[in-house]
Design a protein around this ligand. Structure first.
Ligand code: KG4
Ligand code: ZN
Length: 343
């Protein structure tokens, strides 16, 4: 017997996430075991350590999500799993676990692209929400995470056309590097976001790379260098730099370009709706600025609640639910694709 629920496993990076959702996009169970404390001493993710931690946590995470949902295997219609992009060892733990569950319980397996999951997070209902209007097609979506920064156009479900992407670093990577430079620990994005709230975003004018490039590409490595150079120059001149001002000014330079390019892409593609996804979308300033710019441009702006911006199983489950409805199935022989692309 198979029900309509989708169980999904996400282990592409450093979070072990398992979730169960229903066809209305309601989350029945969603548990994420974060490895942040484990990787903090090394200041970054150690792939081997991440894979081992997934192995250790994946069963307890399933048990907890399952208990929260209060369901049986007869209610499950498919097992979805992230099969790329991400760290090979981490992906393999989730994939093999998903295959075992699908095989033993005779459920279809659905391999899901992690980036597709980030896009679908905006459709998930938050706890307590029963229904709400949905993002409407065609739309332009910005994905900003630890490993990716790109703009895509969606004219329908599961259909993507790449508009532009970073030519060097991802936004999350830039946040993490500057946060480390400021001694904010790992991962630095959330800490930098908090510090920036006490700073002046106009204190230091950092370059807005590729702001006027006329395309939808991004470049972030120059901004990082500009921050380091600024601090060095100030120190050489015998001046101190206020960390909060530095954080706020750096963040503003990133957010400025992201907001401007997203709005420009929405206008040129003549869409009425903009959607955001990925860990960096948890950023307070990006959310604030995008909402304001969207309102001014007459665009609807959709983003997931902060907890659903970062890696989780629920977003994979929802993408899986759409692929299940299309009648898709993934072979049990499928492997990990660490550099998988979306479009
Ligand atoms: O999507 P995600 O959880 O994992 C990847 O697929 O990469 O994104 C993680 C990234 C990290 O670089 C983290 O520092 C960043 O998202 N991040 C933030 C915030 N919360 C998470 N960056 C800026 N502000 C935040 N509030
Ligand atoms: Zn992610």
């Amino acid at each position: 017997m198979s029900g309509p629920l989708v169980l999904a496993i996400e282990s592409s990076c450093d979070e072990t996430g398992i979730a169960i959702i229903d066809v209305e996009s309601t989350i029945l169970g969603n548990v994420v075991a974060s490895q942040v404390a484990l990787h903090a001493p090394s200041g970054g993710i150690v792939p081997e350590v991440a894979a081992r931690a997934h192995l250790r946590w994946i069963v307890p995470v399933l048990d907890e999500a399952w208990a929260d949902a209060g369901i049986g295997w007869g209610d499950i219609g498919a097992v979805a799993v992230t099969y790329g992009p991400g760290l090979a060892g981490s992906l393999l733990v989730g994939i093999n676990f998903a295959k075992a569950l699908a095989y033993v319980h005779r459920k279809p397996l659905l391999g899901i692209n992690h980036l597709e999951g980030h896009l679908y997070a905006a459709w998930l209902l938050d706890p307590g929400e029963e229904e709400r209007p949905e993002p409407e097609f065609p739309l332009v979506a910005l994905i900003v995470s630890g490993g990716h920064t790109f703009l895509v156009e969606m004219r329908d479900h599961l259909s993507y056309r790449l508009l532009g992407q970073t030519v060097d670093d991802a936004a999350g990577e830039a946040f993490d590097k500057i946060a480390r430079f400021l001694g904010l620990g790992f991962p630095g994005g959330p800490a930098l976001d908090r510090l920036a709230r006490d700073g002046d975003p106009d204190a230091i004018r950092f370059p807005r790379a590729m702001a006027d490039s006329g395309d939808y590409d991004f470049s972030l490595s120059g901004l990082k260098t500009a921050v380091l150079r600024h601090v060095k120059a100030e120190h050489q001149a015998g001046r101190e730099v206020d960390p909060a001002d530095l954080a706020a000014s750096f963040q503003e330079a990133i957010v400025d370009v992201q907001v401007a390019k997203t709005i420009a892409a929405a206008r040129s593609r003549r869409v009425a709706c903009v959607l955001l996804g990925g860990g960096v979308v948890a950023n307070t300033r990006l959310r604030e600025r995008m909402e304001k710019a969207g309102a001014e441009a007459g665009l609807e702006v959709w983003f997931p609640s902060p907890a659903l911006c970062t890696d989780n199983g629920a977003m994979i489950a929802l993408a899986g639910s759409w692929r299940l409805e299309r009648g898709e199935r993934t072979e049990l022989s499928v492997g990990a694709d660490p550099s998988m692309e979306l479009a």
